[in-house]
Design a protein around this ligand. Structure first.
Ligand code: SF4
Length: 335
C-alpha cells in the first residue's frame, strides 16, 4: 500500500490545485499587465507530463483536483487532459475533478467538461455591468461569459461565482450579484484581496474592501446565519435567511484555516507551492523529466515537499511580491 501524504503537522494532503497555463484571454487589471510575456512552451509541462504528475498525486491520496490557470480552457487540447483524468474518477481514486475559469470558453467546452466527469465549476466574475467588465478584464466581453454560464448550467454543471471585492468598483453590486445568483441557483463567494496600492497598475479599478465591511453591507438587506462548514480552505460561509442562499467569504491571508489546510498548489511548470501565504516551493519538474517511465523519484520529491509544508503562513506582507502574482492566485484561484 502506498502511504498517503501527511505533512509534519498531521494534515492529510488531499487537494491539489494545478495551473495548466499561465496564459489568459483576459487581462484583468489586478492580475496581468496588458502586454504580458508568457513562458516559453518548453518550460510548461506537456499534457502527458501533467497527467503523470496529477496521477502520481492521486496515487498518493489526492482526492480532489482543481484545474486553474491563467485561464485553463485556453490551453490547446486541454480537453484531452480532462478526459484522461476522468479515469481516476471512474476508478474511484479521485472524488472530484473541477476547475476555476473566467467563463469565456464555457460555451464551447461545458458539455465536454461534463462528459469528462466535471460536475462543478467556479467562474470568476466581478461585475454584471458590461462597461465595468470590459474595464476590469480589458479584453473580456460580458455577454460571452454570460453565454458561458448558460451553457454550463444547461450542461448540468453546478456553477459558483467568485467575485473579487473591490471598493468603489463593485461595492454597489452586492445586491445585484446576490440576486443574479439566487435566480440562477448559483453559489456566490466574495474574495478579499490585498491592498492594491503598490501593484504599479495605472488601471486601478478599485481598492481593498474588507470582508468585514462587505458582510456589514450584506446584512443591511439580509439576515445572515453563519454556517459551520469548512472545506479545509480559507472560505467561510453564511446563509441568507430571506433567499436560502449560501454566500462565501474568502480572506486568503487570515490564519483561521491553517490548522485544517489540506491543499497544495502546482504551477504549470511543475513548481509545488506548499502554502498560499508563503513563497517557498519545490520544483518537481526535474524528478519528472529526468526519470521517464519511473515515478519513484517523483513520489519521493513530492513526499519531501510535503514534509516541508509549514504550519501556517507568517502573515508577513514583506515576503510577498507585490507584483500581481500573489494577487492573482488569491483573486483568481481564491486559495
Ligand atoms: S484574473 Fe483570471 S481572467 Fe483575469 S487575467 Fe488573470 S487569469 Fe485571466
Amino acid at each position: 500500500m502506498t502511504q498517503p501524504l501527511v505533512d509534519p503537522f498531521q494534515r492529510a494532503i488531499t487537494y491539489l490545485r494545478v495551473s495548466v497555463t499561465d496564459r489568459c484571454d483576459f487581462r484583468c487589471v489586478y492580475c496581468m499587465a496588458e502586454n504580458m510575456t508568457f513562458l516559453p512552451k518548453k518550460e510548461l509541462l506537456t499534457l502527458e507530463e501533467l497527467d503523470r504528475m496529477c496521477s502520481t498525486f492521486v496515487r498518493l491520496g489526492v482526492r480532489k483536483l482543481r484545474i486553474t490557470g491563467g485561464e485553463p480552457l485556453v490551453r490547446r487540447d486541454i480537453m484531452t487532459f480532462f478526459r484522461s483524468m476522468s479515469r481516476h474518477l471512474d476508478s474511484g481514486a479521485l472524488e472530484e475533478l473541477t476547475l476555476t475559469t473566467n467563463g469565456s470558453q464555457l460555451e464551447r467546452f461545458a458539455a465536454d467538461l461534463y462528459a469528462a466527469g466535471v460536475r462543478r465549476v467556479n467562474v470568476s466574475l466581478d461585475t454584471l455591468d458590461e462597461e465595468k467588465f470590459a474595464r476590469v478584464t480589458r479584453w473580456g466581453r460580458l455577454p460571452q461569459v454570460l453565454r458561458g454560464l448558460d451553457a454550463a448550467q444547461a450542461a448540468g454543471l453546478k456553477v459558483k461565482l467568485n467575485a473579487v471585492a473591490l471598493k468603489g468598483f463593485n461595492e454597489d453590486e452586492v445586491e445585484t450579484l446576490t440576486r443574479f445568483c439566487a435566480t440562477r441557483g448559483m453559489d456566490l463567494t466574495w474574495i478579499e484581496v490585498m491592498p492594491m496600492g503598490d501593484l504599479g497598475n495605472e488601471d486601478r479599478v478599485g481598492q481593498y474592501w474588507s470582508m468585514k465591511d462587505l458582510r456589514a453591507r450584506l446584512s443591511e438587506s439580509y439576515t445572515l446565519t453563519d454556517l459551520p462548514e469548512s472545506t479545509g480552505g480559507p472560505a467561510r460561509y453564511v446563509r441568507l435567511e430571506e433567499t436560502g442562499q449560501k454566500i462565501g467569504f474568502i480572506t486568503p491571508l487570515s490564519h483561521n484555516f491553517c490548522e485544517s489546510c489540506n491543499r497544495v498548489r502546482m504551477t504549470c511548470t511543475g513548481e509545488l507551492y506548499m502554502c498560499l501565504g508563503q513563497e517557498d516551493m519545490m520544483d518537481l519538474r526535474p524528478a519528472l523529466r529526468n526519470h521517464p517511465g519511473n515515478d519513484a523519484p517523483l513520489e519521493q520529491a513530492i513526499r519531501q515537499a510535503i514534509g516541508l509544508k509549514p504550519e501556517g503562513h507568517d502573515f508577513d506582507y514583506s515576503r510577498q511580491r507585490a507584483d500581481g502574482q500573489v494577487s492573482r492566485h488569491m483573486s483568481h484561484t481564491g486559495g
